[in-house]
Design a protein around this ligand. Structure first.
Ligand SMILES: NC(=O)c1ccc[n+]([C@@H]2O[C@H](COP(=O)([O-])OP(=O)(O)OC[C@H]3O[C@@H](n4cnc5c(N)ncnc54)[C@H](OP(=O)(O)O)[C@@H]3O)[C@@H](O)[C@H]2O)c1
Length: 332
């Protein structure tokens, strides 16, 4: 049966007004008791994602003030009426519910992923959003076959490193783009065959050179403004481009007729639309956890900062200083 305290006071990072990283400040926040279908999760770690920056800047609609953070891992502290899939004391992870930059948060029970005892909370907070994103990007558009050329932009990023490992696991020839040698090393370690420093080289020309003029069968792009035009040249005949972010800003519009020149296809993706039911979400989370368990998929956690340093975490991420995942330690 429900075991709900009336209210819980927690320390949380709050965005009071849209703007730069300094708009993130620490506050004591009053959480209501979990309502029907809700669960109070005492968080151990929260994942930091690029989308948190868009939200902080005001590029995604939403009310102010708010506590950012769309994923976390921790222990169920209390459950609301009607919740039967978890109970207090259960270890859980989740993605896509705002409010994770906090010591505790309210989450719909349906969005919880059971976290096995041998999976550390840090790993639990590192895989849901970026791992499930990589899963749908790889499987839902043009699933790579053995030998297909897959080009991953910002390949040393959180989603990027998952994509590189997944495409490699499926037998693809993987090319990653990055901005520094250190990132190039991380992408090679993740299994990429080739890495292009797209801040120094024309990645489209280099992709064509590396593939003897064939180009990339699948291009997965969360960078957009600085990469999209090049994608149209780097793609193989009948190649597919997926746009799933805008780390450098939105791409310039093009005429759809441009796609005819190389018989290309183009998609856009948003994780939210690829986990519409609990069954679908658990399928994607399960596939990520299976990859981790079998050893071919490793979430790379580059930094764990205290919750109070959320602004610094944002600075590092938006200034391209991170490799893989950056986490906030939200527990004691
Ligand atoms: N649609 C979805 O379902 C979905 C889900 C998750 C994430 N996303 C998107 O996927 C992208 C990656 O997210 P992430 O959380 O994994 O972040 P991330 O890749 O760890 O960080 C962003 C990376 O983008 C690259 N970048 C290129 N130009 C940049 C610029 N002007 N400013 C900042 N970074 C720039 C940087 O790598 P280099 O230094 O190597 O260039 C940077 O490290 C983001 O666009 C995010 O919004 C979309």
């Amino acid at each position: 049966m429900a075991d709900s305290p009336r209210t819980t006071d927690v320390r949380a990072m709050v965005v009071q007004a849209h703007g730069g990283p300094d708009t993130l400040t620490a506050h004591d926040v009053h959480l209501k008791a979990p309502g029907p279908g809700q669960v109070l999760v005492r968080l151990a770690a929260a994942g930091v994602n690029f989308v948190d920056i868009y939200m902080r800047r005001g590029l995604k609609p939403g009310p102010l003030p708010f506590t950012p953070g769309l994923e976390g891992a921790g222990v169920v502290e209390a459950v609301g009426p009607g919740v039967s899939n978890v109970q207090p004391g259960d270890r859980v992870a989740y993605a896509q519910q705002i409010g994770a930059y906090a010591e505790a948060t309210l989450v719909p029970a349906d969005s919880l992923i059971p976290l096995p005892d041998d999976v550390p909370f840090e790993q639990g907070a590192a895989f849901p959003l970026q791992g499930m994103t990589a899963h749908y990007l790889i499987h839902e558009f043009r699933k790579p076959s053995e030998g297909d050329v897959v080009l991953v932009h910002a390949a040393a990023g959180g989603v990027g490193l998952f994509l590189v490992q997944w495409a490699r696991h499926l037998g693809a020839r993987v090319i990653g783009t990055v901005s520094t040698q250190e990132k190039a090393q991380a992408v090679r370690e993740a299994g990429a065959h080739d890495v292009i420093l797209y801040t120094e080289q024309d990645f489209a020309e280099e992709t064509l050179r590396l593939t003897d003029g064939h180009g990339a069968d699948l291009i997965i792009d969360g960078v957009a403004a600085t990469t999209f035009a090049g994608n149209l040249k780097a793609a193989a005949l009948r190649g597919h481009i997926v746009i799933f972010g805008a780390a450098s800003g939105p791409a310039e519009p093009i005429s759809p007729n441009v796609l005819m020149e190389r018989s290309l296809s183009l998609s856009g993706g948003d994780l939210w639309h690829f986990m519409e039911t609990r069954k679908e979400m658990l399928h994607r989370a399960g596939a990520v956890m299976e990859g981790i368990e079998h050893g071919w998929l490793t979430p790379r956690i580059s930094r764990v900062l205290p919750l109070a340093d959320a602004a610094e975490a944002h600075r590092l991420l938006e200034n391209r200083k991170t490799i893989g995942k950056i986490l906030l330690a939200t527990g004691d």
